[in-house]
Structures are given as C-alpha cells and as structure tokens.
Design a protein. Structure first.
Length: 567
C-alpha cells in the first residue's frame, strides 16, 4: 500500500480477523491459532488401562507386572461433612474418603451473588469440583481404602483460634485389604495451601506395595458470570520439569486427544479457571504417573466430569510398618508471587499466553507501583504513562509522519480528483508527491505496530490479575475487574477514540474514510462489557496519544483539525 491511511486500516482489519479466527477455533473445540495452547495431557499410567471400565471415578490400578487390576468400590454407609475455618478460608471435608468437597474464600467476594464469597471447590447440584485421594492395590481382587471409603474423623479444633498459626484435621479409615489409610490436613493462617499427609499402615501379615493417587475432579462448565466478550481458559493443566506448563481443553479430553509426558518425578496437576486454581503438588523426586480423562461419577449434570490424576507407586510396606507421604494442596487465587514461592512453575497457571516474556515484567512493574501508590487504579494509569514515556520518540516519529501526510493531503486530494479516471497515472503521481515532499507513507504505521505486542501483553496482565478483583479506584468504581456499572468509563473511552480518529488524516477514498470510523466505534462497543481496569488502561493510552499528536502537529505547523465522517 502506498497510502498510510489504507495501511493502518488493513493492519486493524487484519488483526481483528486474526482474533476472530482464534476465537472461532476455540469455540469449535479446535486448537487456538493466535494464542496457541501447548500440547495436551496424557492418559493414566499405561495405554492398556483405557480399555478397563472404571467405577465411579476410582482410578484403575496397574500392577508391577503390567497386569491391569480393576479397583472395586466401597461406598460409605453414612457420611458427614466436617466444617473447618481459618482467617481466609472455609472448608468442608467429606468423611467419605476424607475428601475436600468445598472451599469458600473469605477474602474474595462473589460479584455475581451479593453478600456471598467465592466458592472454588463444591459438591452440589450446580457444581462438581473436588480434591480426592486414595490407594490402589497392585494385587488383583484386593480393595484398599479409596476416596469412596467411609472414614472417621478424630476430635480436634475446627476453627483457627487467635494466636494459633495452624490446625490439623485427621481422617482414619478402617483396615481394608490389610491396609489402613490415615489422612491429616494441616491448614495455616493466611494461606491457601495445606499439607496433606497420608499414613499408609500395614495391618496385615504380608508385604504391600500400594499406589497412592491424587486427583482433581471437575465438571466442564465455565465459572458463573464468565464474559462472552473475552475468553479465559478453564480446564486442567500439568507442569513437569521436562515439558513445563501444558494446558488441556475439556473438549480434547472428551475426544481422547491427550498427548503429553505420562511419567515424571517433578511438577503438579491443576484445575485452572479465571483468577483461581487448585493444584496437587508432590515432592520432587517422587515418581508419578500423569493422566487426564473424562469420568462418570453418577451426576445428573450434562457435562460431568473431568479428572486430572497423579498416581505415585510406593515402596513395599512391611507388616506393622507405616509409610508416610506428604503432598501440598493449593486451592485459592492466582496470586503470582505466592504461587511462585510455593512451587517454581506454579505461577504459570496465571496464563499470559504467548506474550509471557513481556507480561511478567509488566506485572512486576504494576505490582511495584501498587506497593507505592496503594491503589490498583492509579497504578494502571501510572504504568500506561511510563509505557508512553518509554515509547515517546517512537510515537513522535509516527505522529510526525502522519502530520506530513496531513499537510500534503490537499495536494493529493486535488491530484486524485484530476486523475480519477486514470488509476495507473494516479499511483505514479502519488509516489512522485511522496518523493518530493520526503514523506514515507509507512512511517506512521511501523512505530505503532512495534508497540502492539506490549499493549496486548498489558491487556492480558490486567485481565489475569486477581489482585484487582474487588479493588476500588475512585467514586463509583468499586471493582476494577467488573464492568463500569454506570458505563461512564466506556462512554469516555468511546469519545476519546472518536477524537483520536478525527485527528488522523482523512483517507481520500470515501469507503476507507467510513471504515476508519466504523472499526474503532465497533471496537469501542466491546468495552462496555470489559472490566473497568481494562477500560481505564485504554482511556489513559488514548488521552496521552491525543495530547502527543496535538503537540507534534502544532509544532510542525499543521493545525489540528477534526476530519468528521460523511456517511
């Protein structure tokens, strides 16, 4: 293209088409093209196990000899829910298997249910999402305690008292198959992670070598209130030292298109959703098989359920001896600093996509600004100001080029009118004018295009940062992660977009001129449904761009004028 306006138009149009195609691929269960997901997960310990029927979500055992051993199910005759509370969490433990069946986060209000807190794990008619563990026998026909086994809970404190930093709750199964399983959950003050200790007691007369499994079971529904105007990932993920972080779409699990590392001695499994995550983390050096599959747990929900599992083979436990294994279970917000401190690589569940290399430094800077200013809204404004300052000379070059284009625009318009019946000669004359006036028609496009990845990365930072949930800015903005309740910010954003478009040189082609208005206005409509923090970032960027463009045009002797559309 030899016209800067046409070039910018095609850049905007092409980028929009890429985004639309990306979301169409995701909508149809295909891999994303613009924000590609890494390779998906593997199935359980051996390929042959997939042919064996499973019982209500209980994993299938793999004997040391490679023989597949179906696990029988022992249901609880009666069960109870045990409530435990810390300063930041409320837990409900099910005595059937000592399963963590519900997690309510006291520091995170649910914006979709007035007066309620965010519930992550849940076992109800509307949601299935649980953390389960149990044992698998390597001997055919021998049943060991699983997450379906009735357990008794030992007496103890159920609420973290003032001055206490932690409390424990212990579940104990009856001996089954010569093995007793004792689970001890230790929760801590101010923490979303807990230690889960498994004591495997050999009460029989023969050696046992069971396998200990850890699994997250979840329905395939998106979190309540998920926006249809932007897409965030919901589903399982796995991290290993060899293949790093890998997400798996529920659709790929259903189609059995799961293909990743099946065994590891490092890492974790997780269930990820917007802002929150649950994860099982085993000690490094401990062998584990990794699987993800669809499983029927008898629910009446239409899309239930999906399971991410770790199976850890244990050493031989002799009669009268006890084998202890302690894992970490995290159920909470995707607070990047805390996740990184808990386990290297766990912070990757806060997914920035392919621009992680840019997004992580931007989040670090945003976090530092908030530690100084104490307000996430003003931190967003300040971060955009710093970015605009960093790109000042690059933007200045673009605006100077656009100002030159604007200055010669009357000459080009006259020439186009004279040669409207001779397109070939028109192109020749246009290039001649560009050479004589020393104007580069691409000069305003390239500097702006170079900045696009940075601002896309900032978009993902603001979309993914749980810290801005329920964070106020000023006046009526009480939650930067929710849309503006009075649409004031989106309206102002639309006005700044229109002003910025009006300041740009008017394309000589009438159709191009119309499109240069329609595209930004259509883009602005989406922001009425975007989080206020994202709109604030875009408004700040627009205002600073308008101010810089105005100053440069004035200095170059090209008075700013508004080129209004003629529809």
């Amino acid at each position: 293209m030899n016209d800067i306006r046409r070039t910018i138009l095609w850049v905007i149009f092409g980028f929009s088409m890429v985004l639309l195609w990306d979301q169409w691929q995701v909508h149809n269960g295909q891999k994303a093209t613009f924000f590609p997901t890494p390779a998906q997960q593997a199935k359980v310990a051996a390929e042959s196990a997939s042919a064996v029927p499973q019982v209500a979500g209980v994993p299938t055992a793999i004997a040391p000899t490679g023989v597949v051993v179906p696990v029988t199910e022992t249901r609880a005759a009666s069960k109870e829910l045990v409530q435990v509370e810390t300063d930041v969490m409320k837990f409900s433990f099910d005595s059937e298997g000592g399963t963590l069946a519900r997690v309510e986060m006291l520091k995170h209000a649910d914006e979709h249910k007035l007066g309620s807190q965010v519930v992550l794990l849940d076992d109800s008619k509307d949601r299935i999402y649980m953390a389960q563990t149990g044992l698998i026998s390597s001997v055919a026909g021998v049943a060991l305690p699983t997450h379906k086994t009735l357990m008794t809970v030992r007496p103890g404190a159920r609420k973290l008292k003032d001055g206490d930093n932690e409390l424990s709750i212990t579940f104990e199964s009856a001996a089954q198959g010569g093995v007793k399983l004792v689970k001890t959950y230790t929760v801590k003050r101010g923490a979303y992670d807990m230690a889960v200790k498994h004591d495997i007691v050999n009460t029989g007369t023969q050696d046992v070598a069971p396998q200990l499994y850890f699994q997250l079971v979840r329905d395939g529904n998106k979190p309540a209130g998920e926006s249809s105007f932007y897409s965030t990932f919901t589903g399982p993920a796995v991290y290993t030292e060899a293949k790093k972080y890998q997400k798996v779409e529920f659709a790929d699990i259903k189609k059995k298109k799961v293909d990743v590392e099946k065994q590891s001695t490092t890492g974790y499994i997780a269930m990820v959703q917007h802002y929150f995550v649950s994860a099982w983390i085993l000690p490094d050096g401990m062998n584990r098989d990794i699987s993800m599959d669809a499983v029927d747990i008898g629910s009446n929900m239409p899309d239930c359920c999906y399971r991410a599992t770790l199976i850890a083979p244990l050493d031989v436990v002799k009669p009268g001896q006890t084998k202890s294994v302690t894992a970490t279970l995290y159920t909470g917000p995707q607070e990047e600093k805390k996740l990184e401190a808990l386990y290297p690589g766990l912070e990757l569940v806060k997914d920035y996509g392919w621009l992680t290399i840019l997004a992580k430094p931007l989040f670090w800077l945003l976090h530092q600004l908030n530690s100084i200013l104490g307000n996430w809204g003003w931190s967003i404004v300040t971060l955009v100001v710093l970015l605009k300052a960093a790109f000042y000379w690059l933007n200045a070059h673009a605006y100077k080029s656009m100002a030159k284009m604007k200055a010669i625009n009357p000459k080009i318009m006259d020439m186009r009118e004279r040669l409207k019946d001779n397109p070939q000669q028109m192109q020749v004359e246009m290039m001649k004018i560009y050479r004589e006036e020393k104007v580069n028609p691409m000069g305003g496009c390239v500097p702006i295009a170079l900045q696009i990845p940075v601002f896309i990365a900032l978009y993902w930072v603001l979309l993914s940062t749980v810290e801005i949930r329920n964070a106020p800015w000023v006046g009526w903005i009480h939650d930067l992660s929710a849309p503006d309740p009075f649409f004031i910010l989106p309206l102002f954003m639309t006005l700044t977009t229109m002003l910025q478009t009006a300041l740009n040189p008017a394309p000589p082609d009438p159709m191009q001129a119309k499109m240069m208005w329609i595209m930004p206005l259509a883009f602005s409509v989406m922001f009425f449904f975007f989080p206020a923090g994202l709109v604030l970032y875009w408004i700040t960027n627009n205002v600073l761009s308008i101010a810089q463009q105005w100053i440069i045009n004035t200095r170059m002797g090209v008075p700013p004028q508004f080129n209004l559309p003629k529809f």
